[in-house]
Design a protein around this ligand. Structure first.
Ligand code: GDP
Ligand code: MG
Length: 441
């Protein structure tokens, strides 16, 4: 019986690895999904390549197909790339007045986003905010910001006709200092495409304004172009973060991945409409799901893995309670301990096992010992692992030699195994075995 059950794990690892062909096939679909989501071509290509290297050889959860498993791996990698580090929506606004410079193409949503952020800082963080429009290009652009400021109840810099962007920036800084403002937003003029003159202007403003944050506002519906915009702005002005607007539209938001891949800068917020409240902190999970458009598959694989783990834990708990704890089980436990930082890590999580953990540590139960024990078990045959009672002197000698260790060490392992099996049997009467089994997964 234990022979058959022990085989469950072996069967799993044997048939369970993703082959290169599995990965290739699945990734072909993923590449199409990325391009459909408007991820830029070179970014999609690099991303798929990185995932391919990661996925090949990984194990497949029972009851899902290799293709489904690859999609899950892709999803997790997407989330990882999109996440970056640090809290997404934490703008650096200490040392008041902190200047936030808003840059981007014309029509990307800079002015709208400026007002949305100001409202958020005012309401959520209780900050005193001043808005200033440096847009000397578009007629009525300054009035647009002034009107929005009025709507959300924050101050805007009085409009003086005929000033240059740099002059306005200087006046805004002075005003922010004198007026005791916490945060000053500088909303720059847009450009239809990258344009040297306007880029020089933004650089000059940046030098004067010394912003704490320079946020690049990008239309989430722009696809391939987003990469050029991000490269240019980051190279010429230097950005500290990205805001993706129009994420309320039909687009799948592939620009998010392009932005992260090209600039490495965090995506801070997403715009979700024209209203002043339509701004959310960036959520990598949500955007990853949208880019890939395969949320069903991701959920399926997650569920399959949970179910599988629960089933395994249940099965193991039943076996342990009957005292069926063979060398395969012990090896799994030892592997797991190594992964989780030794005996202390595992036992510490189980109620009432703290003392056992301490004893084990005092007995020299460290990582090196774990590795030696695993080597000993690896050196046993399948039958021996399933039934340690088979181990007589000649077998012991062979096993110890195979692992390059002394028979005495093997004897210690066998004694330990026996003690654990007995303990499992005793504890099996309570409901604790399931927890032990779960901890071993
Ligand atoms: P700017 O030229 O970069 O300052 O862009 P604006 O802030 O003037 O925005 C251009 C247009 O896009 C306006 O009509 C905004 O209402 C609209 N807009 C801005 N952000 C969003 C968004 O997140 N979703 C939608 N649907 N529209 C937006
Ligand atoms: Mg504007």
């Amino acid at each position: 019986l234990s022979e058959r059950l022990g085989g469950v794990f072996e069967r799993l690892t044997r048939q369970g690895a993703l082959s290169e062909a599995d990965v290739e096939t699945a990734l072909r679909e993923v590449r199409v999904a990325l391009l459909e989501a408007d991820v830029s071509l070179p970014v999609a290509r690099d991303f798929v390549k990185a995932v391919k290297a990661k996925a090949t050889g990984q194990s497949v959860t029972k009851s899902v197909t290799p293709g489904q498993q690859v999609v899950k791996i892709v999803h997790d990698e997407l989330v990882r790339v999109l996440s970056g580090d640090g809290a997404a929506d934490a703008l650096k606004i200490d040392n008041p007045p902190a200047t936030i410079l808003m840059v981007g193409l014309q029509g990307s949503g800079k002015t709208t986003t400026t007002a949305k952020l100001a409202k958020r800082l005012k309401e959520k963080n209780g900050k005193k905010v001043l808005l200033a429009s440096l847009d000397t290009q578009r007629p009525a652009a300054m009035e647009q910001l002034q009107i929005l400021a009025g709507q959300i109840g924050v101050d805007s810099l009085p409009i003086v006709k005929g000033e240059s962007a740099v002059q306005i920036a200087k006046r805004a800084k002075t005003q922010a200092n004198l007026g005791g403002y916490d945060v000053l937003f500088l909303d720059t003029a847009g450009r239809l495409h990258i344009d040297e003159v306007l880029m020089d202007e933004v650089q000059a403003v940046r030098d004067i304004a010394q912003p704490r944050e320079t946020l690049l506002v990008v239309d989430g519906l722009t696809g391939q172009d987003a990469v050029n915009v991000a490269t240019e702005f980051d190279g010429k002005v230097g950005i500290s973060g990205v805001v993706l607007t129009r994420m309320d539209g039909d687009g799948r938001g592939g620009a998010a991945l392009s932005m992260r891949a090209v600039t490495g800068k965090p995506i801070r917020f997403v715009g979700l409409g024209e209203k002043m409240d339509a701004l959310d902190a960036f959520e990598p999970e949500r955007v990853a799901g949208r880019i890939l458009g395969m949320g069903d598959i991701v959920a399926l694989v997650e569920k399959a893995r949970e179910t599988f783990e629960a089933e395994q834990a249940e099965r193991m708990a039943k076996r342990f309670a009957k005292g069926l704890f063979n060398m395969n089980d012990l090896k799994m436990q030892l592997d797991q301990m190594l992964k989780m930082g030794g005996m202390q890590g595992v036992m510490g999580m189980l109620p009432g096992m703290g003392k056992a953990a301490k004893m084990a540590e005092d007995a020299g139960f460290d990582d090196r010992m774990l590795r030696r024990q695993i080597a000993l078990i690896n050196s046993m045959t399948k039958r021996e692992r399933a039934n340690p009672d088979l181990l007589q002197a000649s077998r012991k000698k062979r096993i110890a030699q195979g692992a390059g260790l002394e028979v005495a060490e093997l004897n210690r392992l066998l004694k330990q195994h026996k003690q654990m099996a007995d303990m499992m049997k005793k504890m099996g009467k309570g409901g604790m075995m399931k927890q032990v089994a779960k901890a071993m997964m």
